[in-house]
Design a protein around this ligand. Sequence first.
Ligand code: UT7
Length: 357
Amino acid sequence: MTHSQQNKTYGISMIGIGACVPESVVTNDDLTKLVDTSDEWVRTRTGIRQRQVVSGDETVADLAIAAAKDALASAGISGEEIELIIVGTSTPDTIYPAVSCQVQHAIGAKNAAGFDMALACSGFVYGTVTAQQFLKNGMYKKALVIGADIHSRFVDWYDRNTCVLFADGAGAAVLVAEEGAEDNFLASDLHIDGSKGGELTLYNETENCPLVAPRSSASPHVSMNGREMFKFAVGVVPKSIKATLERAGIELEDVDHLVLHQANIRIMQAMSEKLNIPPEKMITNLEHIGNTSAASIPIALNEAVLKGEVKPGELLVFCGFGAGVAWGTTILRWTCVDHRTEKMATFQKSLANAHNS
Ligand code: UT7
């Protein structure tokens, strides 16, 4: 960064959104072949009816790249213009290279820097707030933030406590800095609390050097204390949202939509009640998508944008929470003029057809 850049101020906006979910669908009824559960239990306790999972050699990078391309189309810019790529993922195909490097190559972002963040379900919000800092100080002008996870390769499909929840997908957003412009990111709030780390864990299976004492065995699958995670979410999310609103000088009534991590419909209902927010302001899509971890917020937002539910000028609150434990909120004015006009028209037409049939 040069000295002249330091004296300038930059307004940050989100100008593109995109998503990708794999095609293979697993319904609640399908899961009854693996575990002692029922469609009724899963729907009423979680709000989930089905989830999509990767199959064959599909990778988290494949999903991240497809979501990135969709977000670039939404923003109407080329991959070459991207200078920073942040990927929130806790389920990379490879420990290295980072998923951000694979995305960089695939979209032709020749001059980009990038890195991955392993903050589970908070990864997209952490990535968005981190990108804002690089853009605000003038170091970069255009950033791509991606949330991508494939938990289907990490859950124990014979553990009904977790296998009914998680799903695979990726969501991406383009953020830009404009010199002297109004800042459309109004305030943020980030936290971690490692004392509760044991409530939701995913160990890797690697072994020590054979010349030293072996590791004691740890489950290589997702392990979760659901009740504790539920309590944690319901406790911290309203506080974080209120603190962020206060920092931004905004009243809750002025918020048009909340896009929360899609963990459980009952968590979102509890938030609506605690914050006294009309349920229709809460964007939800976990019924057909499940819990896609770092990807859930951008996937839900993308769907709401395609539906025409979220419109330019509206105030949005994003809040992610999950393993770590980690949580975070950011408030923004939605200013994206989506360039995917054909895709939006097709999406809305198919919704209308489904509604009429
Ligand atoms: O994305 C990261 C953040 N994730 C979260 O924040 C998740 C938060 N937690 C939750 O969403 C919920 O706690 C769960 C959906 C995981 C579980 O729902 P719950 O209402 O808290 O159920 P529970 O764990 O208290 O279990 C109630 C009963 C138990 O049976 P008993 O002991 O009462 O006989 C469970 O064994 O439900 C049983 N159960 C099931 N039954 C049928 C647990 N999972 C299932 C299942 N099908 N899949």
